[in-house]
Design a protein around this ligand. Structure first.
Ligand SMILES: *[C@@H]1O[C@H](CO)[C@@H](O)[C@H](O)[C@H]1NC(C)=O
Ligand SMILES: *[C@@H]1O[C@H](CO)[C@@H](O)[C@H](O)[C@H]1NC(C)=O
Ligand SMILES: *[C@@H]1O[C@H](CO)[C@@H](O)[C@H](O)[C@H]1NC(C)=O
Ligand SMILES: [Zn+2]
Length: 439
């Protein structure tokens, strides 16, 4: 009872005691480092000064870096850039205006048709929608629990399955809470798999078991809706600070590179590998089905990239060559609809070295054949505050790319083609043939 009371208190605290943080006159800068010195300057700032919010990573590989500054620190930031001759422009002089325009919806039970693709949904909205899907498609949709958060919430997901014995495609969304387009994309894919009339989509839904978690950082996601739109981490307090970057906390090359041991920072990796309830419980869940997963997709924003493991090195490890070819073709398919361009590369060669992320752990520990991380729209014009009129186009083009990923994966022999019965007949036939040839 006490525990329940405590939980209720914790869950209602934000609405009682904290007001929504406003970002009036917070300015988004686009900075253009031209040489290694200028990159180092920005890296140093990112690694030491929580006053500046780096929306993208400074690295020699990128042309520009997006940084958000409060009005109080703008002049200091600009002076520093000028002192080092770093070019910059202001992409948005007042980020609060963009936040004010951002539509957020909730979702009431038993109202299946009301999930739309011109708003972002809060956590209750998404969870209620999942409940409704399980009721509407009782023989296909099962609710699954990927784990538990620091604040005691469930990491809720769903499984789409048209029968026993299928291989798995796993979708992980919302591990960084401010990247709202990520859950929106994952929800759209879910909806397509259940309602589309397109033959290829129907086949994709039928040929695999889909394990889908739109919001893997629920505490953080709620925080972005109730208090701080720019929140990235989970909500566990560490000393005077709050939050661990859940995508730096996985047990692969933990804290080796591109992560911080300073709890004040956004890339704080935590007290140890899997120190966080979210990563610990979710990884346990993933591991329980690990040998059946053919493809694992993690969704982030923004930068328009498709990245593959690993983040600790640019070395082409595992099946890098195949994974690159498959990924590039999928990004070709993505660009057809609206001309949106995505780059493909391993994490370290696409952005910068960073370790402790989910995809590296899934690849290394579970040997999943195809593992990708999307950085969704846009390429920096709006960043995390992606306008609502881009939600649907983003979702449609990503869905195109996922069907192409499956198609190419089959061409490269990573996934069985057609339905399970056919492929097992082929397998038996080939085994017989091999035996005959041996004899
Ligand atoms: C934002 O800046 C404008 C122009 O300098 C100023 O008039 C306004 O008071 C500022 N708003 C806040 C909330 O500080
Ligand atoms: C990078 O990480 C992978 C996977 O854990 C490991 O096999 C590889 O040796 C690491 N490479 C370097 C250069 O640290
Ligand atoms: C950003 O993307 C848009 C649309 O895909 C494109 O028109 C624009 O040139 C891109 N800008 C940069 C800097 O890549
Ligand atoms: Zn992210």
């Amino acid at each position: 009872m006490l525990k329940l009371l405590f939980l209720c208190l914790v869950l209602t605290l934000p609405s009682i005691f904290s007001d929504k943080i406003r970002f009036d006159n917070y300015t988004l800068y686009r900075v253009f480092p031209k040489n290694e010195n200028q990159v180092q300057l920005l890296r140093g700032l990112q690694d030491s000064d929580p006053r500046f919010d780096f929306w993208t990573e400074p690295s020699a590989l990128v042309n520009n870096v997006d940084v958000l500054s409060s009005p109080e620190h703008k002049s200091e930031f600009e002076s520093l850039l000028k002192a080092y001759n770093v070019e910059f422009v202001i992409s948005n002089p007042n980020i609060q205006e963009a936040i004010d325009r951002e539509p957020v919806k909730t979702y009431t039970r038993r109202n299946l048709r009301s999930m739309t693709w011109n708003s972002y949904y809060d956590l209750d909205g998404i969870n209620h929608w999942i409940d409704d899907l399980a009721i509407s498609y009782p023989s296909i949709v099962t609710i699954i629990k990927g784990g538990t958060t620091y604040e005691g919430r469930e990491i809720k997901g769903l499984k789409i399955s048209h029968g026993e014995g299928r291989r798995i495609i796993f979708l992980e969304g919302g591990i960084h809470s401010r990247e709202w387009i990520s859950p929106a994309t994952v929800n759209f894919i879910t909806n397509e798999l259940l309602t589309s009339n397109d033959e290829e989509t129907i086949a994709a839904a039928r040929d695999f078991d889909w394990y889908i978690f739109p919001v893997t950082n629920p505490d953080g996601y709620i925080w972005t809706h109730t208090v701080n739109r720019m929140w990235r981490k989970n909500r566990r307090p560490v000393g005077n600070h709050v939050g661990i970057d859940l995508n730096r906390n996985w047990n692969n090359n933990w804290l080796v590179v591109g992560a911080s041991s300073n709890p004040a920072l956004d890339t704080y990796a935590g007290l140890g590998p899997f120190s966080e309830p979210e990563t610990r419980s979710l990884s346990t869940f993933i591991e329980s089905i690990g040998d059946k997963i053919d493809m694992y997709l993690s969704f982030h924003s923004y930068s328009q990239l498709l990245m593959l493991p690993f983040g600790n090195t640019t070395e082409p490890l595992a099946n890098y060559e195949d994974a690159m070819k498959i990924g590039r073709r999928a990004m070709g398919a993505l660009s057809v609809r609206y001309g949106t361009r995505y780059e493909t590369g391993n994490i370290a060669e696409a952005i910068y070295q960073a370790s402790g992320g989910s995809v590296d752990w899934v690849k290394e520990r579970l040997k999943v054949p195809l593992v990708y991380c999307y950085e969704l729209r846009d390429n920096g014009t709006h960043g995390f505050i992606l306008p609502e009129d881009q939600i649907l186009p983003n979702n449609l083009e990503v869905m195109d790319s996922i069907l192409e990923l499956i198609l190419q994966a089959r061409r490269f022999g990573y996934m069985s083609s057609g339905n399970i019965v056919n492929s097992s007949v082929v397998l038996i036939f080939m085994a017989l043939l091999a035996k005959l040839l041996q004899d």
